[in-house]
Design a protein around this ligand. Structure first.
Ligand code: PMP
Length: 294
């Protein structure tokens, strides 16, 4: 059976799911989106993802014609129709169909799409051995431009950094902000560990406040590990004891080499391992149930 995709209140087999070529999401990247995970019949932190989506929409003055509760139902119903228990969910809300000008007033109805599919993961080896990453020359767009806190459809900045990672033959790239401080990676947040303390850049460094990032901070605090949100440069990354990334798709993944510098012992460190384990525990009972009868 083909995947069923939600488009504006209806479900279509993926081959027949369509939006207009005049959609401003397509023409201008005018819209917001979310990437969400379901684990064993539960959607991890769905409310937080929906809040982030609606906050982004508010910031760009896009009125989503569904209540948050209705949007939650869209996600759950799409998963049920596809009989998925473990999934990656892509929710997209664009400005909708307009004309060729960029004026959003010409777009009368937002486009809402929900795609649910099986998750494609990094190979196990990467979790066991850790990743090598590089620093991209492309900088994070400053909060005064398209604010990175918003998961907007404008991902070109991140894509350019991803191309740099591809050219270097590594899976991820570190992105600095315009003031030379570490912000995040192309699709993940970053953490370093120094003397037993976990450090991650603060919101004002210019980054997406990851739902996984928040979950990891919580997990660390539950373990009694101190977490600090503060600005740091590449030097602090190079000289850290450990480094790891977090994101919905990657969960938490160790980093062992940055710009050719070996981090710590060059293998996933004890704090990272503890966090990975705690995160796995956290996802077991956290989240909205897909199948109400369970
Ligand atoms: N930063 C960026 C730029 C991202 O695209 C993502 C993935 N959504 C993240 C961080 C991690 O966020 P989350 O944990 O909510 O997936």
């Amino acid at each position: 059976m083909s995947i069923q995709v939600y488009v504006n209140g209806e479900y279509f087999p993926k081959e027949e799911a369509r939006i207009s070529v005049f959609d401003h999401g397509f023409l201008y990247g005018d819209g917001v989106f979310e990437g969400i995970r379901a684990y064993d019949g539960r959607v991890f932190r769905l409310k937080e993802h929906i809040d982030r989506l609606y906050n982004g929409a508010r910031a760009i003055m896009l009125d989503i014609p569904l209540t948050k509760q209705q949007m939650i139902e869209v996600v759950l119903e799409t998963l049920r129709r596809n009989q998925l228990r473990d999934a990656y969910i892509r929710l997209v809300v664009s400005r909708g169909e307009g004309d060729l000008g960029l004026d959003p007033r010409k777009c009368h109805k937002p486009t809402i799409v929900c795609i649910t599919d099986k998750i494609v993961l990094y190979p196990d080896k990467m979790y066991e051995e850790g990743l090598e990453i590089i620093t991209a020359a492309t900088r994070r767009n400053p909060p005064e431009a398209v604010n990175p806190q918003m998961k907007s459809l404008n991902y070109l900045n991140n894509i350019m950094a991803k191309i740099e990672a591809n050219l270097a033959g590594v899976p991820e790239a570190l992105i600095l902000n315009v003031d030379n401080y570490v912000a995040e990676c192309t699709g993940d947040n970053i953490f370093i560990v120094k003397n037993g303390v976990i450090i991650t850049p603060p919101t004002y460094a210019g980054l997406l406040i990851g739902i996984t990032r928040n979950a990891i901070i919580e997990a660390a605090q539950n373990l009694g590990i101190k977490v600090e949100e503060k600005l740091f440069t590449r030097y602090e990354v190079y000289t850290a004891d450990e480094c790891f990334l977090s994101g919905t798709a990657a969960e938490a993944i160790p980093v062992v080499k940055v710009d050719g510098r070996v981090i710590g012992e060059g293998k996933p460190g004890p704090v990272t391992k503890q966090i990975l384990k705690a995160f796995k525990e956290l996802i077991k009972n956290d989240g909205e149930k897909i199948y109400l009868e369970e």
